[in-house]
Design a protein around this ligand. Structure first.
Ligand code: ADP
Ligand code: ZN
Length: 208
């Protein structure tokens, strides 16, 4: 199954993609994680992406299209994959259609108020990609999965969050109509707990 997770920042794309990866054995392909890893490693890709990512702007289409196209050729994508955070513009979606056949687009929906609460309290592990909310950490500072130190993403600051919401509304939300017209869209409301939201995701995929 070739899936796309669409939704505003903080919708839980990464969290649910990781759960599905575990349950279906197909890889999560997160352009955000790939860009952050490249930034951490200081590669040319990372250096060119840094300014955009930290301001909450989109990295140029050609750049992300290139990394996804290459990634999808890897052997582990043969049986399916979960695209998390890509495509984010109509141009990216059109490019994707040239080299991939998508089965389902899951649209994770939630209010701006919940988004802001989630993002401002989010802590992430840069090593394994796990994310946490401070309300559930009870003061813990390291990743439960791999032990690495948790950090707050630079783009999870209050003003950058607002910018990302604006960028989402202007550039990414049009993909809802785009995929609706193609008959691929399924909308899942994601305002509850992770467990509850994940059950809704599974129902939408008819995994029961
Ligand atoms: P979130 O969904 O929480 O905003 P991501 O980890 O998906 O976070 O993305 C973080 C940042 O990485 C984005 O704000 C953007 O700068 C960059 N990015 C990720 N995916 C894309 C993409 N498909 N196109 C352009 N920029 C991207
Ligand atoms: Zn970790």
């Amino acid at each position: 199954m070739n899936l796309i997770f669409l939704g505003p920042p903080g919708a839980g794309k990464g969290t649910h993609a990781q759960l599905l990866m575990r349950d279906l054995g197909i890889p999560q392909i997160s352009t955000g994680d790939m860009l952050r890893q490249a930034m951490k490693d200081g590669t040319p890709l990372g250096l060119s992406a840094k300014a955009y990512v930290e301001k909450g702007e989109l990295v140029p289409d050609e750049v992300v299209i290139g990394i996804v196209k290459e990634r999808l050729q890897a052997p582990d994508c043969q049986k399916g994959y979960i695209l998390d955070g890509f495509p984010r513009t109509v141009k990216q979606a059109e490019a994707l259609a040239q080299f991939a056949k998508i089965d389902v687009v899951l649209n994770l929906a939630l209010s701006d108020e919940i988004i802001i609460n989630r993002l401002s309290g989010r802590r992430v592990c840069l090593k394994c990609g796990a994310t946490y909310h401070i309300s559930a950490l009870n003061g813990r500072e390291d990743c439960e999965k791999c032990g690495d130190k948790l950090v707050q993403r630079k783009d999870d600051s209050a003003e950058t969050i607002q910018n990302r919401l604006n960028v989402y509304a202007a550039q990414t939300a049009p993909l809802i109509d785009y995929y609706q017209e193609k008959g691929l869209l399924r909308t899942v409301k994601c305002e509850s707990t992770v467990e509850e939201n994940y059950r809704a995701v599974r129902r939408a995929l008819e995994l029961a």
